[in-house]
Ligand binder design. Structure first.
Ligand code: LMR
Length: 327
């Protein structure tokens, strides 16, 4: 049997359900947020660009809002070949590497520009390729924005969070961050977060403005603090075996489309963060509360001891490099 004819069978043997001989190649890109968010817009842009560059050769199917897989299942689905591209938050890689936990350290990055500088640095770029041994191909980093605390009550000082339950992503750093202020963290998939807030299974949460607005979290968490205490960013990843088996011309077209879509998504994250915030502020019964420098310092002092706890796993050199990105 000629090699080209054998490829589909070889891939099936690898547990991948993709036939690279059949045209167009169907590529599923699954994520958990709304189309209007930076990630949602980047995924749509990728579809447009890839299908234009590789007309008739690829078909990109985008599944937003956890329609295909929730964030608790998507990584496994990627490794099994049930989906080809996903873009999990950097908080959701705990099982695969401890180094990406750096992005969850509270008050480490001053702003998203610092996050981008760190990601573009040799340290950041080596994290991007570090997952290849786990079967994960890293296309690039995608931004969302700084996270804001929200709750049913105002949270001016860390003491205000004491005893409250907070929805968190599946990250041990975020778990420690809320324990540090005497709160009770609860790991809950993104698609279940709204209901958890509405039914008061949790009292509070932390999200960037685009997610607060597009998931209507403000309807069930009327107090939102401008805390900017942490970061929500993503890594766009593919199944490495699937990627490596693609013909070179397809890889080239997809790489170009992906790079351009990530640039586009990052521009959206930058340009539209303030707009999402103002959309939230315009809603009835919502209180967006600024925190003054003294209040922010109290939160920083309470949460920062978490760095020490994870320093060894993450690496002191990496933390120093991240701090330097603040300039
Ligand atoms: C979350 O679970 O809060 C986020 O990771 C969702 C997302 O993908 O923005």
């Amino acid at each position: 049997m000629k090699f080209a004819l054998m490829v589909p069978f070889l891939l099936l043997g690898l547990g991948l359900h993709i036939d690279v001989r059949a045209m167009p190649i169907i590529i599923k890109y699954s994520h958990v947020v709304a189309d209007v968010t930076p990630k949602g817009q980047a995924a749509i842009k990728f579809k447009e660009l890839a299908e234009k560059k590789l007309a008739g050769k690829v078909q990109i199917q985008v599944f937003p809002n956890s329609q295909l897989f929730g964030d608790d299942k998507e990584m496994q689905a990627l490794l099994l070949g049930d989906v080809q591209i996903i873009a999990p938050s950097l908080s959701k890689f705990d099982q695969y590497t401890h180094q990406l936990q750096i992005f969850d350290l509270p008050f480490l990055f001053d702003n998203m520009a610092a996050v981008e500088r760190f990601q573009a640095s040799p340290h950041g770029q080596s994290l991007l390729t570090s997952l290849s041994t786990k079967g994960i191909y890293g296309f690039g980093y995608l931004q969302n924005g700084m996270k804001q605390l929200s709750a049913n009550t105002p949270l001016y000082r860390p003491q205000d969070a004491k005893g409250l339950t907070f929805r968190i992503q599946s990250s041990d750093v975020l778990d420690a961050q809320f324990r540090a202020v005497g709160a009770k963290p609860k790991k809950i998939p993104f698609s279940e977060a709204y209901l958890a807030m509405k039914t008061r299974l949790v009292d509070g949460a932390e999200n960037p403005w685009s997610n607060i607005y597009s998931q209507h979290f403000h309807e069930v968490q009327p107090y939102i603090m401008d805390s900017n205490h942490g970061v929500l960013a993503y890594m766009v990843i593919g199944n490495a075996k699937w990627w490596n088996a693609l013909p070179p011309d397809i890889q080239k077209g997809l790489s170009e489309a992906m790079a351009e879509s990530i640039r586009f998504g990052n521009q959206v994250a930058h340009d539209e963060e303030a707009t999402f915030r103002s959309h939230v502020m315009a809603q009835k019964h919502v209180h967006v509360l600024p925190l003054n420098a003294d209040q922010l310092q109290l939160w920083r002092t309470a949460m920062q001891p978490v760095w020490k706890k994870f320093e060894q796993d993450i690496g002191q050199d990496l933390i120093q490099a991240a701090l330097q990105a603040n300039r």
